[in-house]
Ligand binder design. Sequence first.
Ligand SMILES: NC(=O)c1ccc[n+]([C@@H]2O[C@H](COP(=O)([O-])OP(=O)(O)OC[C@H]3O[C@@H](n4cnc5c(N)ncnc54)[C@H](OP(=O)(O)O)[C@@H]3O)[C@@H](O)[C@H]2O)c1
Length: 266
Amino acid sequence: MDCVGIIGYGHMGSMLVNGFLASRVLGTDEVVVASRSQESRDACAAAWPGICIAATNGELARRCRTIIVAVRPQEMREVLREIVPVMDGDEHIVSLAAGISLQDLEGLFPGSVTRVVPTVTAAVGRGTTLVCHGRQVGMNETLRVEGLFSSIGNVVLVGEEDLPAATLLASCGPGLLAAIIEELAGATARASGLPPDRALLLATEMVAATAACLQETGEAPGDLIEQVATGGGVTEVGVQGLRERLPGVFDEVFAAMLERCDTLGK
Ligand SMILES: NC(=O)c1ccc[n+]([C@@H]2O[C@H](COP(=O)([O-])OP(=O)(O)OC[C@H]3O[C@@H](n4cnc5c(N)ncnc54)[C@H](OP(=O)(O)O)[C@@H]3O)[C@@H](O)[C@H]2O)c1
């Protein structure tokens, strides 16, 4: 009954299973997995021999106190309608579904509910999982969930009103940054004889090193810019161009993403 259940063995569900087990915050005998397709269930059983795979979501719900639901927002209500009738009421539902509010979740399960927003970079133990607990979540449940997600990166608590914008940065951010890395590498290859794969290697390493540098020194980005962009130099030209254009581009992109956030789960 104290097992952690994970419903949905897709991108996020499989990453969580891998992360929790590889970090040893959970053992294979403490996890139960359920997923819609036999293919996903077989993939989980092959990756983690001995892990308990439930035949149905209901079977999982009967065996677990912490139930992480890692299905798409449009699939969330169906899963909750399936499991809530077989639950005792003292379980803790942890939802990954973007756009489904605590109030909506509590309307479907009148017990402890938490929203979490993990990030794909948790696959390498980095990045931030955003956590937003519902009103009924007790201290032990709080510690349990935050302990689990701390095993795969940072955990940051946020108020639900800030969750959409924080999600764009913490969870969509790796996708945005990957797109920027692509553009940096593309521009380098177009302006030189460097093959695109070598330009991509250089760009990826440069971004990782810059982030590590900022983290380790505690410097603000502006301090680092000052060190690189000497007056009248090459970097200054580039930084000026970006500072003129990027605020408008990012404001526009964020506004479009927030608008899409509003429609998720409806
Ligand atoms: N991807 C990200 O970076 C990210 C980041 C933060 C949060 N999220 C959130 O995480 C959730 C999952 O996203 P994802 O990218 O992992 O999606 P995904 O790869 O499509 O995985 C969803 C999984 O849910 C399973 N599923 C669907 N209906 C089900 C049902 N009725 N019962 C049991 N399993 C069911 C599917 O199972 P089968 O494969 O067996 O059909 C699928 O594997 C979403 O709500 C998303 O908003 C995603």
